[in-house]
Write a protein that binds this ligand. Structure first.
Ligand code: ADP
Ligand code: ZN
Ligand code: ZN
Length: 750
């Protein structure tokens, strides 16, 4: 049997993950040592025993074999939390690529030691005799005046318990050395307590607990008692009470002495969402999000590790909270693109959640009103338990009535405004009834893109297939590649002279509302208006308190918010997300429209939704207008089947970048050719390779970018191919001039 070596990191807490040491695995320990296993190793010149964690096992060590020492022993048979996270990192790296170090930094997100806020408290010893003896001894000596004064101050202040250092300082001028002497002499006891930086400061309203309806109860019981599945899909229409299901499950998890992670897309992490968890579970809840300071993040991490909290609510990164007794991971809005990491390793939080749950025996619940095609396919295949909530939970709350308005028809009837006649009419009605409305502008496409008002034709860059934007002086510009061309006078498709920049951002929409409805009170929610920390919560709170009639916004407003007085939702142009030119465009459009429509009529009053579009016949719009997920799923799946896109096949983007165009071109051609040959030799004859070609952004900041796409049904083949390519570049003369990146099952095209 070959000798095995382990790569080990010691002192994981210091975050010095870059330093890896190699040790030999002695015969008796082979089989006991695995990725993540905690071990004791001899460290440094004096062979001081240190605890470390195994991050890699190999037959070919990098260091001099003769100098490598043996692992002394394996410490625990049970995998501690660090070991679990290391194993998770290893799995993420294995599937998504990148280096082990990048993967470790992903799962152990606290990179820098952040200074802890520690408060110190003091009290006199309870041993009266000792104290009086000490005072008698030092009393006559002038040099100990400071100590005596401290003792007197403590006597006076400590009636209500230990005295904080700050309080002591304000009442007594004695310096720190006197205090230290008293502590050293065991006359004064020093106590310390970590002061955590608390991310939620607002006082939150109490929420009356609801009693679950039959469908919710059935979902809870089903998920709780199902022995056959550890992962479940909770498919419930907007407002069907999924959050209540999560909370009841969490209550049970906590009652069993376990902990829970609730993931939500960052964008929907509003005070409202968080407050529901706080008012149900109090101080056992913590949150994570990108707006927290490093100190706040570090403290939440510490509290989790010390077992002082049991629930964390947060985006993707909250998945790596160091809970020792993790019982459940919930992904709300599991279809959301925010769950895919945009940094290497480009992992999907859903997959990582499944792995983490497997490692520690937890359950996973994926919730959505519009499940990802991936998850629904798995549920139908029996890989996940499937639970449906088909009606809205709140008494009298019905799904809204949806109308689709053809913008081409509006134009024919000489309506050149951004509000169709139907929407205009309903806006009037809603204002008259003193109810609220949301106007949604999908800006996933580009603000200011130019289209034909007559046929809907969109001007795209001939180099990038991306919609161009209007610029001053009658020019069209591509904001990816910089290509410019004069704005044509007529539409190349239908000859109409009405080509113009589409009403741009939310700001412009706001102005148009005020032109039409001067009496309306308008709030705007977009990236500009929420740039400041906490301003998003403030705007949402204002709207909830009915301090405005109309909320105008982008994607941000459609996610998860619950506004009881909203009875009208207007989607100003539903098409824009379909021009982004990638295979998920229809799914994204369907999700957005369904979610947006789901904001209307949530509490008893009849809700209306108007979808304005140039493509009223497109199935994503038709299905969304009927809130018909099943039928969307079937049509979209047949499209993916036909073109071999995920989830039918796995797809991997292989991106080659470099400063020299010729190097990038030659290398990617060489790589593609060699990979084809390798696949054949391995007997993988159904590997599909598309390209190479320029990436959508063919050149960015003087770096050239080329891609090809790889497709296959089997994940192990994709992993094998990636490993081959990594090796290929390492052994190539191009290793210095180009770099290689991978994105497995990407959520957009490159
Ligand atoms: P979802 O997460 O599916 O969008 P929520 O859990 O936010 O739905 O519930 C929507 C609304 O219905 C909330 O205001 C919630 O308080 C209410 N609700 C949920 N379950 C019940 C129930 N069993 N009885 C009464 N109201 C409920
Ligand atoms: Zn036209
Ligand atoms: Zn371009």
């Amino acid at each position: 049997m070959p000798v095995l070596y382990a790569q080990i990191i010691v002192d994981i807490s210091a975050g010095s993950l870059d330093r890896v040491f190699e040790y030999r695995i002695p015969g008796p320990l082979v089989g006991l040592v695995d990725i993540g296993t905690p071990v004791i190793v001899p460290f440094g010149k004096s062979d001081r025993p240190m605890k470390g964690y195994v991050i890699h096992i190999t037959e070919t060590p990098d260091y001099d074999v003769d100098k490598i020492k043996d692992i002394v022993q394996v410490t625990d048979s049970e995998l501690a939390i660090e070991g679990q996270l290391i194993r998770l990192a290893w799995q993420i790296r294995r599937v998504y690529g990148g280096t082990m170090n990048q993967a470790l930094k992903t799962v152990i997100p606290v990179r820098r030691q952040v200074r802890q806020n520690i408060r110190r408290y003091y009290r006199l010893t309870e041993d009266e005799k000792r104290l009086s003896g000490y005072v008698a001894r030092i009393g006559r000596d002038k040099r100990y005046k400071a100590r005596l004064s401290l003792i007197d101050t403590l006597k006076a202040l400590q009636k209500d318990g230990p005295v904080a250092l700050e309080a002591l300082k304000t009442r007594c001028t004695a310096g720190p050395s006197a205090l230290k002497a008293l502590v050293d002499d065991e006359i004064v006891e020093e106590l310390s307590q970590t002061q955590y930086r608390m991310p939620v400061k607002a006082r939150l309203p109490e929420e009356a607990p609801v009693s679950l309806n039959a469908a919710q109860q059935q979902a809870v019981d089903g998920i709780w008692s199902d022995e056959a599945h550890f992962a479940h899909l909770l498919y419930g229409v907007t407002g069907s009470g999924k959050t209540e299901v999560y909370m009841e499950l969490i209550r049970r998890v906590l009652a069993r002495g376990q902990q829970a992670i609730v993931l939500i897309p960052e964008i929907s992490l509003s005070l409202q969402t968080v407050s529901r968890f706080y008012s149900r579970f109090g101080g056992r809840v913590s949150i994570m999000n990108s707006r927290l300071s490093d100190g706040e993040k570090y403290d939440q991490y510490l509290r989790a590790k010390r077992g002082e909290i049991d629930i964390v609510v947060g985006p993707r990164s909250a998945l790596f909270m160091p809970f020792e007794r993790l019982g459940m991971i919930i992904l709300d809005e599991e279809h959301d693109g925010a769950y895919k990491s945009e940094n290497t390793p480009r992992f999907h939080a859903r997959e990582a959640a499944l792995w983490r749950a497997r490692i520690c025996g937890a359950k996973v619940v994926l919730g959505s009103a519009t499940p990802s095609l991936e998850s629904y396919t798995r549920a139908l295949a029996g890989m996940y338990g499937l639970h449906r909530l088909t009606v809205r939970a709140r008494e009298g709350s019905l799904l809204p009535e949806v109308s689709v308005v053809d913008l081409r028809e509006e134009f024919r009837l000489k309506n050149k405004k951004i509000f169709s006649r139907k929407l205009h009419h309903l806006m009037e009605e809603t204002l008259r009834r003193h109810e609220q409305m949301i106007l949604f502008l999908n800006r996933r496409g580009l603000a200011g893109f130019v289209s034909c008002r007559s046929c809907g034709y969109v001007f795209k860059c001939r180099h990038c297939d991306i919609s161009m934007t209007a610029h001053a002086g009658g020019w069209l510009k591509c904001h990816y590649c910089g290509f410019e061309t004069p704005l044509p006078r007529t539409c190349p498709q239908c000859g109409s002279p009405y080509v113009a920049a589409f009403g741009t951002g939310t700001q412009k929409v706001e102005q148009m509302i005020l032109d039409e409805f001067p009496q309306a009170r308008v709030l705007r929610l977009d990236r500009d208006s929420t740039a400041k920390k906490d301003s998003m919560d403030a705007i949402l709170e204002k709207f909830r308190n009915h301090e405005a009639d109309i909320l105008v916004g982008t994607q941000m407003i459609v996610k998860g918010h619950d506004f009881p007085d909203v009875t009208l939702v207007g989607i100003l142009a539903a098409d824009l997300s379909m021009f982004s030119g990638d295979y998920m465009a229809a799914e994204r459009t369907f999700d957005l429209l369904t979610q947006a429509a789901g904001r209307s009529g949530r509490s008893g009053k009849a809700g209306q939704v108007v979808i304005q579009t140039y493509q009223p016949e497109h199935y994503s719009i038709q299905c969304a207008s009927r809130q018909d997920y099943e039928s969307f799923y079937r049509q979209e799946m047949s499209y993916r089947q036909m073109l071999g896109y995920p989830p039918v096949l796995h797809m991997m983007v292989v991106l080659v970048t470099g400063r020299l165009k010729s190097d990038v071109s030659s290398y990617i051609r060489l790589l593609a050719a060699d990979l084809k040959q390798y696949a054949q030799m391995q007997g993988i004859d159904d590997m599909i390779l598309i390209g190479p070609s320029d990436a959508q952004v063919a050149k960015g900041k003087d770096i050239y970018r080329k891609v090809f796409y790889l497709k296959n049904k089997k994940l192990p083949y994709m992993i094998k191919a990636r490993e081959y390519m990594e090796e290929h570049l390492r052994g190539s003369t191009y290793a210095r001039s180009v770099s290689l990146q991978f994105d497995l099952d990407p959520m957009s095209m490159y």
